[in-house]
Write a protein that binds this ligand. Sequence first.
Ligand code: OTU
Length: 656
Amino acid sequence: NLLQMTPESRVAFARLRERHAAKLADRFEPRDAEMFWLRAERWFEDARRPFLALYGDRDDATVQADAIFDCVVDGYLARPEPLRLLDLERQLTPDWFERPNLIGYVLYPQRFAGTLNDVQDRLDYLRELHITYLHVMSLLKPRPGENDGGYAIMDYRSIAPELGTLEDLRALTTALRARGIALCADLVLNHTAAEHDWAVRARRGDPDYLDYYYTFTDRELPDAYERSLPEVFPDEAPGNFTFVPDMAGDGRWVWTTFNRYQWDLNYRNPAVFREMLAVMCFLANQGVDVLRLDAAPFLWKRMGTNCQNQPEVQLLIETYRALMRVVAPGVIFKAEAIVPPDELLHYIGVDANAGKRCELAYNNQFMVNLWSGLATRKATLATAAMHMAPRLLLGATAIHYVRCHDDIGWGMSDETLRQIGEDPQAHRHFLNAFYTGRFPGSFARGDYFQFDPVSGDARISGTTASLAGLERAIEIGDPAELDLAVSRILLVYGLILGRAGVPLIYMGDEIGLLNDPSYRDDPEQAHDSRWLHRPRMDWTKAARRHDPGTLEGRLFQGFKRLIEARRAHPHTHNFGLFHPLWSDNVHVLAFARHRQDGHLLVLANFSEHAQSVQGDLPRHAGLTGALTDLLGGDGVTDPSDRIRLPPYGLKWLVGN
Ligand code: OTU
């Protein structure tokens, strides 16, 4: 591998060994020390090259590059034995996060159970759903008061006091590991809370720390940036800069993309790069398996652009990715980049593009297209989008989800909308009207997020159940409507479970939790309608999950059936080919998955009426012989018969 290094890198690598050989030999058995050096050698150039592309212009570039590897050594020295074993195990099973048995669940610990110890007490519940990937949001200590649902971190090395202590986190990760559940934690790396120690020092005028953030003495540059900058939270946090009156003497404007108390970090400063690297090592060494890179697109700013998805963001991720492979090869990255497919390709790719990108990323397109499908009763947009997606993206390991703690922004591509004959603006306005229940005949009960009365633009808040019609069905007391709502929920979840990648269940969806409007009475939350879909787990409802006569029982058992069908068959393993299809019925979504050990055809009816598709569709999808429905519905024997789907029906067909 030394051959792949530049001559300078070879010298730098020799320097690194010299600096640390004794320390490592002291701490580890010779073989564990050698394992480190093998990995360091393997990833050295992969880390150093993008790092120098970012910081190579500095006079002290070599010193800076050496320093990041020192940080890697420290990270490995602190890596506990059980985690080093896990690293080995995962290197033997590099597809551990791509397997059909990976089933995700995302929760707020406070709202799900209470403390981290309370979460541990609820693991049996998650076991019933076969959860093997748990995203626990907002673990780290946030600023007091308003904190954007925990996304304004005051200390990356402490747990939120109401949740417990670092010991509790380690106990939780140990318990999860024993059960084969990977833990995903947020790495909020674009910004810190204004109360973080770095920010406090910057505010006092310490020049080293002023350089951790983007600060400006007057409006000249902020105004120039604003000309091309969008606003993420226009309602409650207009603009991208906040004036901090007592900062560094006379006050300064601080870059705050999100809320006024979330200060964007300056990654042009290599000290910031290093700080965050140390945080990554720290979290990995507590037993975190998946680092969710929050707001990844925003990490680099450039005048005259929207300051998202800049090429330097990829270089940052590439460097971090390579360095963390040396410290903790069992740890993977998940990009939280809610961006169009062409941009998403820069964060993730097939086989994570030889280790340079994130292993996982959210598939936002599929999510919004599912909701568009439910509103229109048509599969056209989802089908067109799948056909137009970059081929490489189809091979990536996506997080498939129906809802999350954030709003739904209608991020489908304008190009795809036009291709299917929809006017992009009109379609988004329709979806907003539909999901706020304003559109005549709508079954949804959601609310606006960041509604702009001038343009009519908005995003949507609401739980899966409320958006899918359950809230309204209960309100009007109509059992037929209730049946339809249950079918809609199981349809969209059945679709994400029928795709490869990681299906992610949002806390409470499995028992149909409805909107929680109580946030409106809390002054810290009232302005942020995303709290509408962050209800507390209702354990009284959950207790009914085994009773098929109850709503909760129907949903929970429905989820279980889908999950168990997925786990029992190899088709959703990410090693395979994804194959979008057009059926001859606009209401029916169709896609296939090809593997050497079998082919799967997924059919989904987005309408409340029975539908059928041409009987030779499975043959076009490569399925032969008599077909079985893995979900227990009717199989298919005669290709000249049309294949029937009940209202909101779903089929997972396999050949024999
Ligand atoms: C993320 O979301 C988090 O998921 C949010 O809960 C936070 O408020 C936010 O970051 C700040 O930490 O804009 O509307 O492309 O879409 O990072 C939510 C990524 C957001 C952004 C995403 C962001």
